[in-house]
Design a protein around this ligand. Sequence first.
Ligand code: PAN
Ligand code: ZN
Length: 185
Amino acid sequence: LSFIQPPQVAWASGALADGPLLRKSTRIQDLTHVFADENARQQLAGEQVVYDVEMLDTSPADGELYTGVTHLYPGRVGCEYFMTRGHFHARREQGEVYFGLRGTGLLLLQTEQGDARLEKVFAGSVHIIPGFTAHRLINTGEEVLSALAVWPGIAGHDYAALARGFRIRVFEENKRVQAKEVQNG
Ligand code: PAN
Ligand code: ZN
């Protein structure tokens, strides 16, 4: 019998290898109205990549799991740190696990009732995202923030439900990380 070579994640960089991969880049031009300061966003180069997602190309069938790595680059739109768009799962009850690989940041979690909280993300951090909970990564550091995620293939993404924003936004003010509660983004 031969031994199967599985896909591999390089823990230090988050690079996925040795499997069929899907890749998606999200750029400044894709993130209309995601950041508080829309004018500041328009001043930035639209082509600039805010985050890359690499995913194993595995089955989406009921009971199967997806595995992906998000690389969220350092930067700000105005004073607001670069972040992912963020979403609920279309199948609201489906959870997810994130593992911090490198860099420093925050995972913003928000329930359907609008209760929001922030977890620190760092190499080795483990984040249990329960069902019915929207999630967004925020890079508050000066390095790339990379996180590994595992989620059900059937979960799907609902971006529209929070298109007006999460209840918390995170800014750099006086060289410090400041989280602020806001009304409807
Ligand atoms: C992650 C996210 C990834 C990109 O794989 O999809 O970090 O964030 P957005 O999807 O919000 O743009 C995940 O949570 N999947 O369910
Ligand atoms: Zn998700």
